[in-house]
Design a protein. Structure first.
Length: 174
């Protein structure tokens, strides 16, 4: 079936071929199917190895898209350069409306610790990269997290990558 043909769309409505537009910042899983997913949802479904239908937080996807590739700069907090904890502060504020502490250590101290098996989008993941709590990212989905990497800037990585698996020290929710 191609866009515009008769047939079921979301909620058994006629398939109009229209995509959900930018005015819809969050979709419920029940209202999204592969026929009405956006280009952004398809892109991140592939990157995160998830179903398109589970990509329902458009505000999070749009934020990641805007910042993806921004270079790392220690102490930075803008799109010309950002460090890991400033990135988590900015994302949490912009996407989830939460104000969190500025440093990874403070974020770790103030977060409610959770087991990795209970991670949800927006949870913090912490690492020991140079002694103590020294790196932080935001959990997205399917063991993937977004963070400002010193080597690659803002990227999505996998908690199961050997580098992060060896350095993972916990997860938290604020």
């Amino acid at each position: 079936m191609t866009p515009g043909e008769e047939g079921p769309g979301a909620n058994n409505s006629t398939n109009t071929g229209r995509l959900i537009g930018p005015g819809h910042s969050t979709l419920t899983g029940a209202g999204l199917n592969i026929e009405n997913g956006t280009e952004l949802q398809f892109k991140y479904a592939i990157l995160l190895d998830e179903n398109v239908e589970s990509m329902n937080n458009l505000a999070l996807l749009q934020f990641i898209e805007e910042w993806y590739g921004t270079k790392y700069r220690y102490g930075g907090s803008t799109k010309s350069g950002i460090d890991c904890s400033a990135f988590t502060c900015t994302l949490e504020s912009s996407v989830f409306g939460k104000s969190i502490p500025r440093t990874s250590h403070e974020q770790f101290e103030q977060s409610q610790k959770i087991d990795a098996e209970y991670l949800q989008p927006g949870d913090l993941v912490f690492f020991n990269t140079r002694g103590g709590v020294s790196h932080v990212g935001i959990y997205v989905s399917n063991n993937k997290f977004v963070h400002a990497s010193t080597s690659y800037g803002v990227i999505i990585s996998d908690l199961n990558e050997e580098y992060y698996k060896r350095r993972f020290i916990g997860a938290g929710r604020l």
